[in-house]
Ligand binder design. Sequence first.
Ligand code: G16
Length: 544
Amino acid sequence: MTVQVNKTTPYADQKPGTSGLRKRVTVYQQPNYVENYIQAIFDSLEGFAGQTLVIGGDGRFYNDVAIQKAIRIAAANGFGKVLVGQGGLLSTPAASHVIRHYKAFGGLVLSASHNPGGPEGDFGIKYNIGNGGPAPEKITDAVYARTKVIDSYRTLDTPDIDLDAIGTQMVGDMVVEVIDPVKDYAALMQTLFDFDAIRALFAGGFRMTFDAMHAVTGPYAHAILEGMLGAPKGTVINGVPSPSFNDGHPDPNLVYCKDMHDLLMTPDGPDFGAASDGDGDRNLIIGKNRFVTPSDSLALLAANAHLAPGYKQGIAGIARSMPTSAAADRVAEKLGIEMHETPTGWKFFGNLLDAGRVTICGEESAGTGSNHVREKDGLWAVLLWLNILAVRKQSVDAIVREHWKTYGRNYYTRHDYEEVDASIAGKLVEDLRAQLPSLPGKVLADDMQVAYADDFTYHDPVDGSTSARQGIRIGFTDGSRIVLRLSGTGTVGATLRLYLERYEAADGRHDLDTQLALEPLIGIADSLAQIQSRTGRDAPSVIT
Ligand code: G16
């Protein structure tokens, strides 16, 4: 079949962010926008002729259109085979597993994660390398450079393939295999967790609600929780993926899962509540009367992972993104294992996982995962929690309290200011950065003394690469921290993220209201950065 080489002109805005290229659907619908980006990815790679490419997405609007284009471009560029999830679906962690399991060259993950979907919503394309994880900066930088000069793309003139028919079809000389999106992932989960113990937990009357948010985890949660683990039907809610997420916002936090949170706070509510996001890599964990912050969840999972068969030998180390609270650091210290602080973005964990230096990773942005794949994994976190609950036979609340008694509590919150004018946000960060050298030693409100103030630079201990300007950190002598950075996943204007953390020792007070406990730091952050006056906002858009 003749390969078509079509002329195109570059788009100036195809710079990958924290996690691939995320834009409004309407941006992606411009002529050749998808084609340019995918061709730029392939142009930045070497050695894939005849190899396998995995393609999957979270089922959002435009998923099917982009997948058909990607398949044709892959065939015209010389891939030997494409593995694609039935209906175009593969959760992000499942895509990572499929890449690893079938030793694919890499994969295209089509998702804008927790961002809203539908014709007016967001879409995204991310390239993952052969280890199953997001491409490192070396590749994403090369892709961006290529998008700026691209003048042609390769494709074939072939009909759409049937994404619903499991089995193989041909596109030119390339084989396309449509696979069950759940099967391989579910089998992997069975190797990690004690399914008998979790089954016994449900059989004993343990009640759970899992909100799939009309997104990709629905089929996975139905199959694993209700199918394999015997949770009663109805445990999974909103379990049918919808291209617009039923006009919802598939972000599993206390804003978009407020109903579930409120239910868990009632005396008759279930024992355990959980949710996952658009593409299935984030998680929300709530026990009866106890919301578990993502930072605490990372620390708790690391401290208890040995209770699950897949981790019974113990864990090699823990990694967390810089803005994530230091709760996990205390666990690593006690276990005598390595602890790593990386920039925001799951791609920074890949080298540490590949080198066997860490087993569990996590981020404040509701992501936890392990070396079983190279993405964060929402259902994995839920299953590890269930495994721990089944073994310890205690409530989530009791486990959390015991943890704080042993390690102390890191009060933690994140304040987001969304859709701020990008130039105002940029200037705000720049001005704060300029103040940093003068801050160490200064005593600010409430007798808080600054211990250090810098813009985080990461030195990857595995490949020696350096990533600078990864977020402003102002640390205090009592272990408290203020972190400020601009999000790399928003699609409109700029999102300012302010992260606040205060440590309360093991014998300290652990029952304060989080926002009250952090009030002095919130005040200091605002007086240093003048967020409210400069943005004209009197409150954050979202508090997590
Ligand atoms: C992505 C990345 C995460 C990051 C999060 C927020 O998650 O994979 O590593 O923590 O974005 O990033 P930012 O603070 O730059 O917006 P996801 O779930 O959106 O793919």
